[in-house]
Design a protein around this ligand. Structure first.
Ligand SMILES: [Zn+2]
Length: 189
């Protein structure tokens, strides 16, 4: 560490200071680590003179990503979705989840885990080979369940205009939901 010098004046008369940084990945727990900053006692320059902080940040980011992947996989397993059915539905290689659990998750893998954890019914759509009818059925049920779970008032109406379509109306908590609040989305006739 004796070769660290001020990038401005070249002085080695430096004061070292630890600084905590707090980060959080989407859907992850907050995590903290400390980086080292230097203060030049000769010219007053201040900063990461050793240029080692990026390595520290990257290290903790990777740890956080591995932890998040393991947590998300656990949440998926808690929903009684087996690793094999996950991999089969998404047509990814067997034992991919095992690999991710061991801390070899890519950014793409992590993105996929976030999506499936937030919207596990996407697996049903994938299983049904993304057919429009399956998507409509799964989405209507998922939307219904989401609204019930989070107490979001909603009603489905069928619009009998020239082009049949489904109108979904969200109600603010202050508004009254019409009598038979929920109905299933019907395909247009
Ligand atoms: Zn200096």
């Amino acid at each position: 560490m004796s070769n660290i010098m001020c990038p401005v004046c070249g002085s080695e008369d430096l004061t070292q200071e630890n600084r905590n940084e707090k980060r959080q990945l989407t859907l992850g727990q907050p995590y903290e680590y400390s980086v080292v900053v230097y203060h030049c006692n000769n010219c007053g320059e201040y900063g990461d003179f050793s240029e080692e902080n990026e390595t520290v940040r990257l290290h903790y980011l990777e740890l956080a990503e591995d932890k998040l992947a393991a947590d998300l996989i656990e949440q998926i397993e808690e929903r009684k979705i087996s690793n094999a059915s996950f991999e089969r539905a998404l047509e990814i290689p067997p034992r991919t989840l095992t690999k991710w659990k061991k801390g070899k998750v890519s950014a793409t893998g992590l993105a996929l885990l976030r999506l499936i954890t937030a919207m596990p019914w996407l697996l049903l759509i994938a299983e049904a080979k993304y057919t429009p009818l399956a998507m409509a059925q799964v989405l209507s049920k998922a939307l219904h369940e989401l609204c019930v779970k989070h107490n979001i008032p909603i009603s489905f109406e069928k619009d009998h205009a020239d082009e049949p379509r489904v109108v979904v109306t969200f109600y603010t908590p202050q508004q009254q939901v019409p009598n038979n609040g929920f109905s299933t989305i019907q395909s247009g006739t």
